[in-house]
Design a protein around this ligand. Structure first.
Ligand SMILES: [Zn+2]
Length: 232
């Protein structure tokens, strides 16, 4: 490779493009990691939601068992009173109360049976969802590890590229370096070739005089977009 300032500069520009590409790749992988992490969180949430549902049903079940016990106690107490009633009126009153408590007990029992069915279903759902989501989370974790490994490699390349850039920068003509660094703050492709006698980015035609200068390995700015133009 020739060591003329022109080629050294183009090599430097190419080097910077590698750095831009490296950073883009790293960024895209970060985005991918974030998307996967979001999916893992959603997956964990799905499992937690079923666990929560199960817990709510168990609490409902426990409350109903307590209610049932309370009605049973009340009924038994009334049944004990039956032995002590002194007249027909009191007997009827106590029997009515016993009947009411008995109905309450039956209602509780019905609800408990319905809850058992629900509990059984949700327990079954939980086992399956845990199995499915754990598998999914494991796959995601593997993907995240792979991406992390790729990113570590990209970071290593990046630090090498940055180091090499410092060395290359020392050999760039000061006037090119100044314009290049100024343009670099505005666009990610400050140096572009001409194509069919025009700037390859904005399409502005290049005068024949300028083309002649470019042909002698000069670097000139596009009159419109101000990018640095060259001809190979
Ligand atoms: Zn242009």
């Amino acid at each position: 490779m020739t060591t003329s300032p022109f080629y050294i500069f183009l090599d430097f520009v190419d080097h910077d493009q590698k750095i831009i590409h490296n950073r883009k790749h790293f960024y895209l992988l970060s985005q991918e990691k974030k998307a996967i992490t979001d999916k893992v969180n959603a997956s964990k949430f799905r499992v937690e939601a079923v666990k929560e549902k199960l817990l709510t049903l168990r609490k409902q079940h426990d409350r109903l068992e307590l209610d049932l016990q309370a009605f049973t106690d009340k009924r038994q107490k009334k049944e004990d009173q039956l032995l002590q009633v002194k007249n027909q009126k009191d007997l009827l009153s106590v029997e009515r109360e016993i009947s009411t408590f008995h109905k309450e007990e039956e209602a509780c029992e019905e609800k408990i049976i319905a809850l058992w069915e629900q509990l059984e279903q949700v327990q079954y759902d939980l086992i399956h969802i845990q199995e499915k989501e754990t598998k999914f989370q494991r796959e995601c974790s593997k993907k995240l590890q792979d991406i992390q490994q790729q990113q570590d490699e990209i970071e290593e390349v990046y630090s090498q590229l940055v180091q090499q850039r410092k060395e290359k920068l020392e050999h760039i003509r000061p006037e090119w370096k100044k314009t290049y660094e100024m343009l670099q703050k505005q666009v990610n492709n400050p140096v572009v070739p001409i194509s069919n006698g025009a700037c390859s980015v904005c399409g502005t035609a290049i005068t024949s005089q300028l083309q002649a200068q470019l042909a002698r390995n000069a670097i000139k700015n596009c009159s419109s977009c101000y990018r640095m133009l060259y001809v190979l």
